[in-house]
Design a binder for this molecule. Structure first.
Ligand code: OSB
Ligand code: MG
Length: 368
């Protein structure tokens, strides 16, 4: 693959309403769009999903920018390559920094698919026509959580994820269950509990949650394994699974029944596809996680979630859930908990340059 230039666009966009977790309230989203261009003028797009501060993982927009500019872009330019997987493997020489790696690696996958003029979902072996989608509710009060869930159900979502934390859990789940007896509900704790809170977590078992996501420490596969033995609700790991090696350890230890795969968290497609393969072989269910992202990352999520094993709805919502106007030419639209796959070449969306310009706070181009 011959790369002529790589452009980093730093964006900042307000959310329509604050997204509340016990760790952070997100009101404004900063992010990085990576645009790679080849000698024929074809463009591949990626998105850096690190937040402004290191609350979800250790990366931030600024650390991602530094890694891209000073380490990862020079690595791409250092030697020729035929396939984006080689870059995924080349980046293994750099420790950590998954989201920065993913941003550039996914842009190269998009470009590679566009060079062959095939959709990226087809290139990675996807088969699903319709991707299964769901939405997330994170708000400050129980009333606001109920209101948001009602709005989402009215919009057609059939699966809702609730953000929970100690003291803001059983009551919320019970109320939501009473309101929506047959809705698919799950809860995401973003690591808010410890093993001492076992009885609180067991109290959730009676509400028929599809799963509970990342109840314990971000790096603790052992305690998740101990907890899973005493919980009926399947544990889904998010933060704890960053590499295929983490996934192997979670399988050995029986730490979870489900994994949410996020391209950003795991460092891109090369790693995500390997984690997916491990899950398929070991009967671990998978779904596609979300990062309050812009349309580029959303379109990549749709490509990934066309894989057969993505058999449960993911955190895939319409562009309009968070944004007044997205940065892609046609926004992602979820109808009745489903989105049609995008059939253009690559990820199947282009940038809306006008909107991108309005929300860009910095831009730099690196030539080969
Ligand atoms: O833990 O899954 C998470 C958003 C930002 C950071 C972490 C998480 C989330 C979500 C998904 O819950 C929200 C979304 O993109 O709709
Ligand atoms: Mg999560």
């Amino acid at each position: 693959m011959k790369i002529k230039s790589i452009t980093l666009h730093i964006l900042s966009m307000p959310l329509k309403k604050p997204f509340v977790t016990h760790l952070q309230t997100v009101e404004k989203r900063e992010g990085i769009i990576v645009e790679v261009q080849d000698a024929d003028g074809l463009i591949g797009l990626g998105e850096g999903v690190a937040f402004s501060t290191p609350w979800y993982t250790e990366e931030t927009v600024k650390t991602s920018y530094h890694m891209l500019k000073d380490v990862l872009i020079p690595l791409v330019y250092s030697n020729s390559f035929q396939h984006p997987e080689e870059i995924g493997n080349r980046f293994a020489a750099v420790r950590g920094n998954s989201m920065a790696k993913a941003a550039l690696e996914m842009a190269l996958w998009d470009l590679y698919a566009r060079q062959q003029n095939v959709p990226l979902w087809e290139m990675i072996g996807g088969t699903r026509r319709e991707i299964l989608a769901g939405a997330v509710v994170g708000a400050n009060s129980l009333n606001e959580m109920i209101k948001q869930a009602e709005d989402l159900v009215r919009e057609g979502y059939q699966r809702i994820k609730l953000k929970i934390s100690p003291g803001a859990d059983v009551e919320i789940v019970k109320e939501l269950r009473d309101h929506f007896p047959s809705l698919t509900l799950l809860a995401d704790a973003n690591s808010a509990y410890s093993l001492e809170d076992k009885s609180q977590l067991q109290a959730l078992d009676e509400y028929g949650l599809e799963m509970i996501e990342q109840p314990l420490g971000v790096d603790d596969l052992v305690e998740h394994s101990l907890l899973q033995k005493e919980l009926q609700t399947p544990i889904c790991l998010d933060e704890s699974i960053v590499t295929p090696h983490d996934m192997k350890s979670a399988i050995y230890l029986n730490s979870c029944g489900v994994v949410n795969i996020k391209l950003g968290r795991v460092g891109g497609y090369t790693s995500a596809l390997e984690i997916y393969r491990l899950c398929q072989e070991n009967h671990i269910k998978v779904w596609c996680g979300g990062m309050i992202e812009f349309g580029v990352s959303r379109a990549h999520n749709l490509a990934l979630a066309t894989l057969e094993g993505f058999s449960i709805p993911g955190d895939i919502s319409s562009s309009s859930k968070y944004w007044e106007e997205d940065i892609i030419s046609s926004p992602i639209v979820v109808k009745n908990g489903r989105v049609e796959r995008l059939d253009g070449a690559g990820i199947g969306v282009e940038l809306n340059r006008k909107r991108l310009g309005h929300v860009t706070i910095g831009k730099e181009m690196f030539n080969q």
